[in-house]
Design a protein around this ligand. Structure first.
Ligand code: SAM
Length: 234
């Protein structure tokens, strides 16, 4: 590991509101902050919003600046990326943003029923092959995790350059009769871009430079309903 990366890892461990639980802290048990993020981390009872696969945390930080009356947690497994958002948060003393370094597969260990109000998924790996389909962050396996802690009919946002992931997610939502609030395969030609939808993440900027269209999808995730995978047509 390079010196720069080591320095970032060291800094990350000293920032406030950055959580990097070891496997021992979560394997077979629940994380000590489960159900207590608002009271113990943010010291308020404001809504809690997650950004999954946050990378450098542009959405987490951007939304935290914009909505001081809401709490935000960026989740990613890569500490060197997360460092950027965590450093900005530390330097600006943004009290309503936190970062959680973990695998999203473990997310149910961290949040209690109804603890989360909204979820953003920004430019996730599309996992295009059939073999890795189960790893899509908008697939039924992950949506079932989210049902466990998102409020009923909580809002989900997906922003992606991948037409494949966008089409897949849209079909999955229709198949499971979830309520679609908005969808577009060309966000920047639509008239809904505001200060939040206009935030451009690191990956988004790269995709825009190569001329990619940006897909955006907003829907509600119902609790207590079985979710099933799209049936492939014969
Ligand atoms: C393509 S990047 C996008 C990062 C950021 N949202 C952006 O738009 O710049 C995908 C991010 O998801 C994270 N990621 C992918 N699978 C993950 C998983 N299972 N658990 C935690 N993080 C994951 C990666 O570490 C990476 O930072």
């Amino acid at each position: 590991m390079g010196k720069g990366k080591l320095r970032r890892f060291d800094e990350l461990s000293h920032f406030n509101r950055v959580f990097q639980p070891s496997m021992a802290e979560i394997s077979g048990k629940e994380y000590h902050l489960k159900g207590k993020w608002k009271q113990e981390v943010f010291h308020n009872n404001n809504p809690l919003i997650l950004e999954l696969g946050c990378g450098k945390g542009e959405y987490t930080i951007g939304m935290a600046r914009h909505f001081p009356g809401k709490n935000f947690i960026g989740v990613d497994i890569k500490g060197a990326r997360m460092w950027k958002g965590a450093k900005a948060s530390h330097e600006e003393n943004i009290l309503n943003a936190a970062f959680l370094r973990t695998r999203i597969e473990m997310i149910s260990s961290f949040f209690a029923p109804d603890e989360v109000d909204e979820i953003w998924i920004t430019f996730p790996d599309p996992q295009p092959t059939e073999r890795r389909k189960k790893k899509r962050l908008t697939g039924p396996t992950f949506l079932r995790h989210y049902q466990g802690f998102l409020v009923d009919n909580g809002i989900m946002h997906l922003k992606t350059d991948s037409d494949l992931l966008y089409d897949y997610t849209l079909n999955l939502i229709k198949e499971n009769e979830l309520e679609i609030l908005f969808y577009t395969s060309d966000l920047y030609s639509s008239d809904i871009v505001d200060d939040i939808l206009g935030i451009k993440t690191y990956y988004e900027q790269k995709f825009l430079e190569t001329g990619s269209n940006i897909n955006y999808l907003k829907f509600r995730l119902k609790k207590n309903i079985p979710l099933h995978e799209i049936q492939e047509k014969e």
